[in-house]
Design a protein around this ligand. Structure first.
Ligand code: TEU
Length: 545
């Protein structure tokens, strides 16, 4: 059947709805805005769109705090707008994946409001993780867990009689209480939510914090490994990440999706330290994909890239799943900036790095284009985050009062947060807000120097980042690279990454000297190329035909 297991090779474009395109003029992107740009996405050559949350939400964490899983937030439009987007995307052969946030709801969700109003020990409280505090007055949190966004992972509630009462767990913001996934009512409710969107025709789900749903029995204390980075160290030791019981949930969802036709897919957002661990989530009876964050976290270094690609292909192949390559998303520093941070000014990855770092101008974009040229030649599925096809950098200079990420607030500005990768897209170089919104409004300010990065300016320029993405995507499709296989090539020198996939040879120069090249270049990540030499921070596709 055409398109069978389409997700194995698909290039999936992440839409962050609030920053993609605004049709209403309120300065926040919306679903009709996405629909109006489908022709551009088709021309770009992507197979599917993943939409970050647009469900009803108080927007404390940009929609990752859902108050009604089966409705569209008025900020983004209506259910009818969603149906229209889905129908028009399908008519163009573009699939749609929606974000599902099962680890926690918003504190404005009806269930949490009922839980607050109910007594300790009630059925209503049992849907979340309420616990009594420690100490004589119960004023010590039930354990020492910290929120991913900073500060304690517990908040104390005021009971109906006005006294201080129980605490509830929130791995993220205090407005995002964690569900208790040992509760059958929670499991049943999410089956209903999955069916609601599957019945509407969605092609799959990106599952938020997929490694976090099940917590270790007894909620034991845990002190994070300071060296553990955004993966929290070896996830096996962390009582809230990657617990064995979580796999049962996804086996159940896998069966549920299989009742529907069209190869609906589940993609796990699971921050786990190695490709081997990540592959545990994509066994044949579980998730179909899992983001390969070990790849995202790899620096622009030939040996490190080769090691992570080899380990990923081996680990995913062993469980019969494709790898899913990814370089940017709405949580990390954009790769056009991230790849040019030096040892003197490093910064963390993952949620809310300590500092934005100081990217070396121009080098970042050159490396990002080279890194994408490598990524889109790899077998498997790839994710592209909106704006990377324009080469957008991380926006570092944001006024404090413009920032909106809860990480910023929860750490009193100590962590600069994720707003810098979420700035609304530039569409038209000479329009107000670069054509993002008809009124010139934009929920985050766009840099003054972005006119040259606007889509219309790049569409007309063969040397632009947008033109590079288009060429890579159309060649990748025509040459079936997604379903190909990789063979390493040796002997081109240290700092050089070289491999074959089908009819394509890829050579990337991550060393600081030019390297010699054979003929047959079909795509180059950047110019100018010397006579038969490949400059630093450049990658090319060569073809025999
Ligand atoms: O991010 C997940 C997330 O924050 C964690 O996986 C974290 O990076 C890691 O576990 C630290 O060890 C998702 C969304 O992508 C993000 O935008 C949301 O803010 C977050 O979940 C909460 O829903």
């Amino acid at each position: 059947t055409p398109g069978a297991e389409w997700w194995r090779t698909a290039v999936i474009y992440q839409i962050y709805p609030r920053s993609f395109s605004d049709s209403s003029g309120d300065g926040v992107g919306d679903l009709p805005g996405v629909t109006s740009r489908l022709a551009d996405l088709e021309a770009l050559g992507v197979d599917a769109l993943w939409l970050s949350p647009f469900q009803r939400s108080p927007q404390k964490d940009a929609g990752y705090d859902v108050s009604d899983y089966c409705d569209v937030d008025p900020l983004f439009g209506t259910l009818a707008d969603f149906d229209e987007l889905l129908a028009q995307a399908h008519a163009r052969g573009i699939r749609i994946i929606v974000d599902l946030v099962p680890n926690h709801s918003s504190d404005q969700h009806a269930w949490f409001q009922e839980a607050l109003a109910a007594r300790p020990g009630s059925r209503e409280r049992a849907r979340y993780l309420f616990r009594d505090g420690l100490g004589l007055d119960g004023d010590v949190p039930p354990n020492n867990w910290e929120s991913v966004f900073g500060g304690p992972a517990w908040t104390r509630v005021v009971e109906a009689d006005g006294t201080l009462g129980q605490w509830y767990l929130h791995l993220f913001d205090s407005s995002q209480p964690d569900f208790d996934w040992s509760n059958d009512e929670v499991r049943e409710e999410f089956r209903r939510i999955l069916r609601f969107w599957l019945d509407r025709g969605v092609d799959g789900f990106r599952v938020d914090v997929a490694h976090g749903l099940v917590k270790a029995e007894g909620l034991p204390d845990h002190t994070p490994d300071p060296e553990g980075g955004s993966m929290g160290g070896d996830a096996a030791d962390v009582p809230y990440w990657g617990q064995d019981g979580v796999h049962e949930v996804y086996r159940d969802w896998n069966l549920l999706l299989a009742e529907y036709d069209g190869d609906r897919a589940l993609c796990a957002e699971a921050w786990l330290p190695t490709p081997e661990r990540t592959a545990q989530w994509v066994r044949p009876d579980e998730m179909h994909q899992a983001f390969n964050f070990a790849y995202l976290e790899t620096e622009w270094d030939a040996a490190a890239l080769r090691a992570v690609i080899t380990a990923s292909l081996r680990a995913f192949h062993a469980v019969g799943a494709p790898s899913t390559w990814v370089l940017s998303n709405h949580d990390v520093v954009r790769h056009a900036s991230r790849l040019a941070l030096t040892a003197e000014n490093p910064q963390g990855h993952g949620i809310g790095p300590l500092s934005p770092g100081k990217p070396i101008p121009d080098v970042g974009l050159r490396r990002a284009r080279a890194a994408t040229t490598v990524m889109l030649a790899l077998p498997g599925s790839a994710y592209v985050y909106q704006g990377e096809e324009l080469g957008l950098p991380e926006v570092i200079e944001l006024a404090d009062d413009a920032r909106q990420d809860p990480t910023w607030f929860r750490t009193g500005g100590e962590r600069y947060g994720r707003d810098g990768c979420r700035v609304p897209l530039p569409w038209t170089s000479d329009a107000a807000a670069y054509g993002f919104s008809p009124t010139g409004e934009s929920w985050l300010p766009q840099p003054a120097e972005w006119a040259v990065l606007a889509r219309d300016a790049q569409a007309a320029d063969e040397a632009s980042t947008l033109s590079l993405y288009r060429s890579l995507l159309s060649s990748r499709r025509a040459r079936h690279l997604g379903s190909g296989s990789l063979e390493w090539l040796e002997g081109l020198g240290e700092g050089v990454l070289a491999f074959r996939n089908g009819s394509i040879t890829v050579v990337a120069n991550a060393s600081n000297a030019p390297v010699a090249l054979p003929d047959g270049i079909v795509i180059a990540s950047s110019g100018p190329l010397g006579p038969r030499t490949l400059p630093t921070d450049t990658a090319v596709w060569l073809a025999d035909d």
